[in-house]
Design a protein around this ligand. Structure first.
Ligand code: FES
Length: 160
């Protein structure tokens, strides 16, 4: 048995027990799912079942909340997450072509992770940097005034 896995599970259960005493289970669900994602990197079915049992909330409801908010990951994520902005300003300035170039370079679609687990690809709405459109974000680093070629060069720099 992987002791690291047990430690994470214990930490999550401890967090849920503590949170449960402070507020109504439904109202602290988002905070709990955040904690679970922080610990595991994503929300697996097993983790959602654990939350359901401890919090006495139906799994279907937890699943509904997890799928509603785009910042919850439902599958394992790569070491780096790429967010391609498809907000209006970025789209007008060629974000679609940037996205195509990224997909082509990584050979994956939006929502997927590369087989080497290095990159996950996501699309997003306005990142608040329209003046630099088109924009992508890799983890928490923003890159602007992109061309498809520049975007590919940025991704390759993460492979080194
Ligand atoms: S639309 Fe892309 S940063 Fe605003």
């Amino acid at each position: 048995m992987d002791t690291h896995v047990d430690e994470r599970k214990n930490e999550l259960i401890e967090y849920m027990e503590k949170t449960k005493k402070q507020s109504h289970p439904e109202s602290c669900l988002i905070a709990i799912l955040h904690k679970a994602q922080q610990l595991y990197g994503y929300l697996s079915k097993e983790v959602m079942d654990e939350v359901a049992t401890t919090m006495n909330i139906p799994t279907a409801h937890i699943w509904g909340v997890a799928t509603f908010y785009h910042y919850f990951n439902l599958a394992p994520q790569g070491a780096h997450t790429i967010y391609v902005c498809l907000g209006t300003a970025c789209f007008v300035k060629g974000a679609g072509k940037v996205l195509d170039a990224v997909k082509e370079e990584l050979k994956i679609s939006v929502g997927e992770t590369t087989p080497d687990n290095l990159f996950s690809l996501r699309e997003t709405r306005c990142l608040g940097a329209c003046g630099l459109a088109p924009v992508i974000m890799v983890d928490d680093k923003m890159y602007g005034e992109l061309t498809p070629k520049k975007a590919v060069e940025i991704l390759r720099s993460y492979k080194k």
